[in-house]
Design a protein around this ligand. Sequence first.
Ligand SMILES: Nc1ncnc2c1ncn2[C@@H]1O[C@H](COP(=O)(O)OP(=O)(O)OP(=O)(O)O)[C@@H](O)[C@H]1O
Length: 301
Amino acid sequence: MTRYQARAIGVSRRFGSLNALDDIDLDISPGELLGLLGPNGAGKTTLLSLLTGLRSPGAGRVELFGGDPRQPRNRERLGTTPQETGLPDTLRVGEIVEFVAKHYPEPLPVGELLEQFGLSELARRQAGSLSGGQQRRLSVALAFVGDPALVVLDEPTTGLDVAARDSLWEALRHHHQRGTTLLLTSHYLAEIEALAERIVVMDRGRVLADGPQREIKSRVHTRTVTVRGTNLPELPGVVRSELDDGAHRLFTRDSDQLVRDLVRSGADFEDLTVTGASLEEAFTALTAEANPIDEHAGGRA
Ligand SMILES: Nc1ncnc2c1ncn2[C@@H]1O[C@H](COP(=O)(O)OP(=O)(O)OP(=O)(O)O)[C@@H](O)[C@H]1O
């Protein structure tokens, strides 16, 4: 019995002449909360489609619970939500959840699930009358109905407002705490930063980085010194600076020296903080390193 719930071993997948995945290795162990990041077209959805048995690899091997993900019996402990939702318009939300629950030997209690995903008040509404964000919440909830060991979510919070997104994060954390393994993709770096313990960064079909979030961030050596003040002098060692609502953000490789220089300069400042790289900075640096002539936008992966 393998100790991994899902694995890709030397996996490649082409679409015509395009190498969507190029020799990917990935292991997912029980209990992990793994965030898969990458710019558009990186190959995230393709990789998920192989791991969940929707496609076959061109080369290499994919395993789900130690077997072929294309075999239904190996998908019994898998929960997924596709990027596009397709729910029967005329069925009510509660009926859909109950219908899906009947397909599993030990489903989660329907009422509990509706509550967790903020759907209790919508239980009697027909799916066709739901807003895009409500449909999204329902389809994410459906991934959990069968109490799966591994849940794979492709862009779970797309189209959700801030409150709905926060409550979805809460639900995901809850399921992770009770032992469910989660693999999710998101374009929102803040989302992956808030949720994921392990991060895999992909670009152009390859894995650029794979490790604990703090390790991925520590690959970027720049630190940020933030201060409020007027007439700050130009200081050596500042590689970039930003002014945001009166706060100067000074990016440097040596924050200790910068703070010493700042104090010595006699400038009048307050509210000094020193922080390491954010996930956004790490992501931007990693993808820029891999594609020296490209400019990847920050904020969204
Ligand atoms: N069915 C297909 N036929 C042809 N090309 C495809 C197909 N599916 C994906 N591709 C291509 O493979 C590459 C990887 O696509 P994929 O959807 O896996 O990327 P992604 O990282 O999920 O992107 P996004 O963030 O935009 O969803 C892209 O260049 C895409 O155009």
